[in-house]
Design a protein around this ligand. Structure first.
Ligand code: PLP
Length: 360
């Protein structure tokens, strides 16, 4: 079986965890601080705040910016549900702007149409590891005095115009096992704003800076030193993982280039793509996925139902018609691109895809 994702954990991670376990300091401690420092440096940000999931990073980012009831946040409907749900948690309203058909990222033109007097923030998602159009989004944000919270949960290390994603506005990263780097469960908020970093740290720990003095309502969203120890090792390997993903993507695109039923992913000028997913548009998508599965090749659909069409959002009264997202949900298929793939695996993915379209 060629799986769609595979975490790359080795002896270094095991040793790092063992060291933490032996230290007896297993909750948030010095490793978390070390990981935050290393991640902020890697991401060219002043501050990084570690939390226990990417969802928590998004949630805390919104809260730290004071977003809540009565506010609207414009985001992409074509993402994992956590993106929009983090907005719901705060009492604010997610407002969906449709995506670009080639990058699958939020379309700046569509953002403009959704701005109202209640809009406080834009939450772009750098989907599949390809940066959203941050030049246009930052301009819109500046012109309309809006906060930008980047969902960078799939795009560790990706760059837009020479800048790391998550360093334009307030960034949120996930370290779930299928992501480009992992801590098991885990997440990170990145910012250049000292006040936001301090608030996020308080919200992470029951609204307290000083033990047992609680200045605001917070949560327990802390990362453990066990997770941070894994994260430190993984961060050191991240650039190597990314190059392997990019190389695999290149091989796949070269192999699929002549298959007229398939549209390979694009890389826009000024962007680096870190290929969290290698996602094609494919004719007869479901049949292709079934054929690949029969041949022991795992695939994924990211995502089969746009967020505004999810039962939860229907229930909340959402009746948007967002054609580009809805069409993408019918067409997209992610093929394996992770660093563990061999040359033979890649050839097999390409040849099996070709065989599927050649047979009828
Ligand atoms: C994974 C992911 C999240 C949530 O991260 P968790 O660590 O699973 O909470 C949010 N947004 C996007 C786009 C993701 O891919």
């Amino acid at each position: 079986m060629i799986p769609i994702a595979k975490p790359m954990l080795g002896k270094e991670e095991i040793d790092a965890v063992t060291e933490v376990l032996n230290s007896g300091m297993i909750a948030q401690g010095p490793k978390v601080e070390e990981f935050e420092l290393a991640f902020s440096e890697y991401n060219d940000c002043e501050y990084a705040v570690a939390v226990n999931s990417g969802t928590a990073a998004l949630h805390i980012a919104l809260l730290a910016h004071g977003i809540g009831k009565g506010d609207e946040v414009i985001t992409s409907p074509f993402s994992f549900i956590a993106t929009a749900n983090s907005i719901l948690y705060t009492g604010a309203k997610p407002v969906f702007a449709d995506i670009e058909p080639d990058t699958y990222n939020i379309d700046p033109e569509k953002i403009l149409e959704k701005i109202t007097l209640k809009t406080r923030a834009i939450m772009p998602v750098h989907l599949y590891g390809h940066p959203a159009d941050m030049k246009a989004i930052m301009e819109i944000a500046d012109d309309n005095k809006l906060i930008v919270i980047e969902d960078a949960c799939q795009s560790h290390g990706a760059e837009c115009l020479g800048k790391k994603v998550g360093s334009f506005g307030t960034g949120a990263f996930s370290f779930y096992p299928t992501k480009n780097m992992t801590t098991s469960e885990g997440g990170m908020l990145t910012t250049n704003d000292k006040e936001i970093a301090e608030k996020a740290k308080m919200i992470r720990a029951h609204g307290s800076k000083v033990r047992y003095l609680h200045e605001m309502l917070g949560f327990n969203l802390r990362m453990t030193d066990i997770a941070a120890a894994i994260g430190l090792v993984q961060l050191g390997k991240l650039d190597g993982f990314t190059s392997a993903r990019q190389k695999n993507a290149k091989t796949l695109s070269a192999g699929l280039e002549k298959v007229s039923e398939v549209v390979p992913p694009v890389i826009k000028t000024g962007c680096t793509h870190v290929f969290h997913q290698y996602t094609i548009r494919a004719e007869k998508r479901d049949q292709l996925a079934a054929f690949l599965k029969e041949r022991d090749i795992g695939t994924g659909i990211h995502y089969p139902i746009p967020i505004h069409k999810q039962p939860l959002y229907r229930e909340l009264g959402y009746r948007d018609s967002l054609q580009v997202s809805e069409k993408a949900a019918e067409d997209v298929l992610s093929l394996p691109v992770h660093p563990m793939l061999s040359r033979t695996d890649l050839q097999e993915i390409i040849e099996t895809t070709k065989e599927f379209y050649a047979k009828d």
